[in-house]
Design a protein around this ligand. Structure first.
Ligand code: KG4
Ligand code: ZN
Length: 346
């Protein structure tokens, strides 16, 4: 099955072409530079950038090199897969409208995918040679953590999911981004904090561990950020600057420990056969190390996406999720009714 996948839920304009679950080509146009000066994603600027880039990103994924080649490449596509939500409404709209337009013009059925399912299945994206070969073992417990969400999801099979824990306020990536902003560091904050934290003392600042109660599997990061703010707000500028590494290390440690602790609790309670972890924040090496250690303690296998770029937003993972949906014949009946779903629960 030849798939064209489109993803525009946040600040990356992405398209990919796949043959079943194998990626032929994946293209990502990042908007980091557009949003950097604002210290976070501005929805309407994201929409404009998606509109500007979606055309060439799709053409590049299709491998088009001449004008009339586009029609030929589209005629080989069996289904168009698009992220319908969750995400920023104005951003999602661009991808959904493009899928509808192309679907109508070329008479191609559309498959809609939930962005979080895409992040979970990013562990099963294969390269053009069909590697890596990975089995599914159910029930499977998945942690997905990005700038937009932090969720623990139990999967009974592909396509059947239950959220058993999620953030009640900020996402973990969002918390890292906000802490970085507070410290006057760059955007996105996660990678900058990781770099500084490597040289810092994680015990420098004692921060609260949110929602310690063992019965609760949800996350909360906004109190952590507020507490961090109050601890350093009266410090002279020089003291903050001298201790950037230590502050980054302490804040990162609090976020990562919280993520791992609740995921471990969930694994002990639901007794899955395997674990997966994905999403933008999983690019963090310290987090992967902590999760590997935790999985080992529980005697469970844990998968991370094979390549670093599969952690952050991309259309390859959306294509794979769409592939499994298309196999189950779950396609949109009437494309006129197809709409973005910014708050779509997995
Ligand atoms: O999945 P993603 O690309 O977009 C969303 O769906 O949000 O995730 C972006 C988030 C940002 O908050 C960014 O700070 C965080 O992932 N991030 C990291 C790292 N790289 C990206 N957080 C911690 N460590 C990293 N190395
Ligand atoms: Zn994402």
């Amino acid at each position: 099955m030849r798939i064209l996948a489109i993803e525009t839920s946040c600040d990356d304009t992405c398209a990919a072409v796949l043959e079943d679950d194998r990626v032929i080509k994946s293209v990502i146009s990042s908007q980091t530079e557009v949003h950097r000066q604002w210290g976070g994603v501005v929805p309407n600027l994201a929409k404009m950038a998606h509109q500007e880039n979606i055309g060439w990103v799709i053409s590049a994924a299709l491998g088009v090199n001449k004008n009339n080649d586009f029609n030929k490449r589209m005629s080989q596509i069996d289904t168009i897969v698009v992220t319908a939500g969750p995400g920023l409404a104005p951003a999602l709209e661009v991808g959904v409208n493009e899928a509808k337009k192309l679907g109508k013009e070329y008479h191609i059925p559309i498959t809609v995918v939930n962005h979080v399912e895409g992040h979970i299945l990013s562990n099963w994206v294969k390269n053009v040679n069909g590697k890596p070969e990975r089995n599914f073992e159910f029930p499977l417990l998945a942690l997905t953590v990005s700038g937009g969400h932090s969720k623990i999801v139990l999967a009974e099979r592909v396509g059947e999911y239950k959220t058993i824990g999620e953030t009640l306020d900020d996402a973990a990536g969002e918390a890292l981004d906000k802490a970085a902003k507070l410290l006057g560091l760059g955007y996105p904050g996660g990678p900058v904090i990781e770099r500084l934290a490597m040289k810092g003392d994680k015990d420098f600042l004692k921060l609260p561990q949110p929602l310690m109660d063992k019965k609760i599997l949800d996350y909360s990061f906004s109190g952590l950020k507020t507490s961090f703010y109050y601890k350093i707000k009266d410090w002279p500028k020089g003291k903050v600057e001298e201790n950037l590494n230590n502050l980054a290390a302490s804040f990162q440690e609090a976020v990562l420990e919280t993520l791992v602790r609740k995921f471990k609790l969930a694994a002990e309670r639901y007794k899955p056969k395997m674990l997966t972890a994905s999403g933008g924040v999983m690019a963090n090496r310290e987090l992967r190390k902590k999760l590997r250690r935790m999985a080992k303690e529980l005697g469970l296998k844990i998968y991370f996406p094979e390549k670093k770029w599969l952690n952050t937003d991309n259309a390859a993972m959306i294509g794979v999720a769409g592939y499994y949906k298309a196999l189950r014949s779950e396609q949109v009946e009437n494309t006129e009714d197809l709409e973005r779903k910014p708050r779509w629960e997995i």
